[in-house]
Design a protein around this ligand. Structure first.
Ligand SMILES: [Zn+2]
Length: 297
């Protein structure tokens, strides 16, 4: 299988990183998208993949940096001649999210205008996603892939359930954390996985600063925590992702983030700290994700 890291950033607009989105392409040529943050659709085209050929989208949770490109993905796939409904898997609340987007929602005018054309009427199912709210366990299976999802620990459940996944395809296993602090479910999902793709939102210096200033959520995984998870799960290789802009050199981000991030520490050099801290607990193959990074398993 092939994995394309479409977006490797987090919640802020980042000139160098799109928001969370990972595409898994099986040897049989089927494409499965995990998270659909800002930029996901355009990045697919850059990676030479037609969004209309992506049949399934899995949303780990409903934070905007994991879902904001979804309406664009659906409408542009419709225009790119998708046939049939895309499958949308996600936590409780996903139906509400999807039902308020298209013919009965925010993009109703677009839907009405475009569906007036016979050619768009012919594939109108493309803009009617087949939405399935999941419960923990095996959440999807076809001849190419099996997806198992478990609750991870990021947001209070009453706000939104958050999932991590274990994907089995082509005789390989890939686990993806979504957003979470270190949790036993992620160890279970990543058990002996060929590849663990895990969030690594902030380096330790940022976590310490945020703890001191009382800003933001701490429901993320530090590099030290990531190393522990990878080691405990016996993951055969690791890709760290979902970087919270700490490596950015953008003056806009530095000015705007001053209230909740130690901007004087920001810069690409922090990636050295990230690797050093992951390495304290995990010594296997390790890569830091960047947009459009490709991994062949
Ligand atoms: Zn996120």
């Amino acid at each position: 299988m092939k994995i394309t890291m479409l977006g490797t950033g987090a919640a802020l607009p980042d000139p160098d990183r799109g928001q969370s989105a990972i595409l898994i392409s099986t040897d049989a040529g089927k494409h499965y998208l995990f998270d659909c943050g800002e930029g996901a659709t355009r990045q697919m085209v850059r990676a030479n993949i037609n969004p209309a050929d992506v049949g399934l989208v899995f949303l780990t949770h409903l934070h905007h940096d994991h879902i904001s490109d979804f309406p664009y993905f659906v409408i542009s796939s419709w225009m790119l001649n998708r046939t049939g409904s895309p499958i949308l898997l996600g936590p409780k609340g996903t139906k509400n999210f999807a039902n308020h987007l298209f013919e009965d929602g925010a993009f109703r005018a677009d839907f009405l205008a475009r569906s007036a054309y016979p050619v768009r009427k012919d594939n109108i199912e493309a803009v009617r996603p087949d939405v399935r709210e999941i419960v923990p366990g095996v959440v999807y299976e076809d001849s190419d892939i099996r997806i198992t999802a478990l609750h991870v620990d990021h947001l209070p459940h009453e706000i939104c359930e958050c999932y991590g996944v274990r994907v089995e395809a082509d005789g390989k296993v890939v686990a993806f954390s979504g957003d979470t602090k270190p949790c036993p479910a992620m160890v279970e999902l990543a058990r002996d996985a060929d590849l663990l793709i895990h969030e690594c939102t902030f380096p330790q210096s940022f976590i310490d600063h945020r703890a001191k200033t009382g800003v933001g959520t701490y429901s993320h995984t530090s590099p030290l925590g990531l190393g522990l998870i990878a080691n405990e799960a016996r993951a055969k290789s690791v890709v760290a992702t979902h970087f919270g802009h700490f490596d950015s050199t953008s003056p806009v981000l530095k000015r705007a983030a001053a209230k909740h991030l130690p901007v004087e520490l920001m810069g690409p050099h922090l990636m050295e700290d990230v690797v050093r801290d992951i390495r304290k607990n995990y010594q296997g193959p390790l890569r830091l994700a960047h947009d459009l990074m490709r991994i062949d398993l």
